[in-house]
Ligand binder design. Structure first.
Ligand SMILES: Cc1cc2nc3c(=O)[nH]c(=O)nc-3n(C[C@H](O)[C@H](O)[C@H](O)COP(=O)(O)O)c2cc1C
Length: 268
């Protein structure tokens, strides 16, 4: 197998690194999987994955995250439709929904008679969202170590109130993103190259020196990868227009602030 670090950077990674541990090798081989076999997860695996997820660090141990595992085919179909029609959402045997959950804190506050006035502060929303992301990535890595593939589903935020209704979420709970999990169906998807370390890793202070040249080089590597995967020969910098200058791409998420307020997150 080719050097996993070099592959991660499309053949242009840093050289002379220390030997990699098996965990590092697994991380470096990460790929988002969007084709799944019609094969359920083995009994007991989901619970093991969740234990790995919950083993992640959590802000002040508040653990403001809940999970809803969706396997019902009809619900997966509805979620596929709600997340910009992405077919893999219906195909994966399980969709894990990562819930930013402040409803539990609210119940604890009510039970203990405490006025949890700081709960709605934006800082606590950021803390819970951070926790959810760390927990989720622990789950994905554990799943990958068990031979599964997965893909995050940010598009579940297109219509958070629909998703909340589907999952019977209480107020102050919202799905930040989903994760499809299952066994990959061929053809195997490739490893998507990342930005050169020269533009990501700064030493002592932030610097944009050499950034334009490094991004141009990355555009070439990225476009070649996309073409090899049978996708349009897009450059990474060109994609910024599609991502940040395109209201259609947002597919409803432009209204998120008002929606969050209705769902019990005033973000004060
Ligand atoms: C929070 C989050 C949400 C994502 N949402 C989607 C999604 O809705 N649909 C999708 O196909 N990929 C989604 N992805 C996967 C990214 O597109 C993917 O990680 C990125 O293009 C890099 O490719 P790789 O994971 O194969 O290395 C998401 C990733 C993250 C971290």
């Amino acid at each position: 197998m080719s050097d996993p670090i070099s592959t991660r950077y499309g053949g242009a990674g840093p050289e002379g690194l220390l030997p990699l541990t098996p965990v590092m090798e697994l991380m470096l081989r990460h790929r988002s999987v969007r084709r799944y076999q019609d094969r359920p997860l083995p009994e007991g695996l989901l619970e093991a994955l969740v234990a790995c997820g919950q083993s992640a660090a959590t802000s002040s141990n508040m653990q403001a995250v809940s999970l809803v595992a969706v396997t019902d085919p009809a619900r997966r179909q509805r979620f596929a439709k709600a997340s910009s029609g992405q077919a893999f959402v219906a195909e994966a045997p399980v969709i894990l929904c990562f819930v930013l959950d402040q409803s539990r804190a609210e119940r604890v506050g009510a039970a203990t008679g405490a006025d949890l006035w700081a709960l709605p502060l934006v800082d606590n929303f950021i803390a819970a969202a951070t926790d959810a992301a760390i927990l989720a990535q622990n789950i994905l890595l554990a799943a990958q170590s068990a031979g599964l593939g997965g893909c995050y589903i940010g598009n579940l935020r297109n219509d958070p109130e629909f998703v909340a209704r589907e999952l019977a979420l209480p107020p102050r709970a919202m799905v930040l993103f989903g994760m499809a999990l299952g066994y990959e169906a061929p053809p195997e998807t490739g490893i998507r190259p990342r930005l050169p370390q020269s533009v990501v890793l700064h030493r002592e202070h932030y610097s944009t020196e050499g950034e334009a040249e490094a991004l141009a080089a990355y555009d070439t590597v990225f476009a070649a990868h996309e073409l090899a995967q049978g996708r349009p020969k897009d450059t990474w910098t060109a994609r910024h227009k599609a991502r940040y200058a395109n209201v259609e791409y947002l597919d409803g998420r432009i209204n998120l602030r008002a929606i969050l307020k209705r769902m019990g997150f005033p973000l004060e």
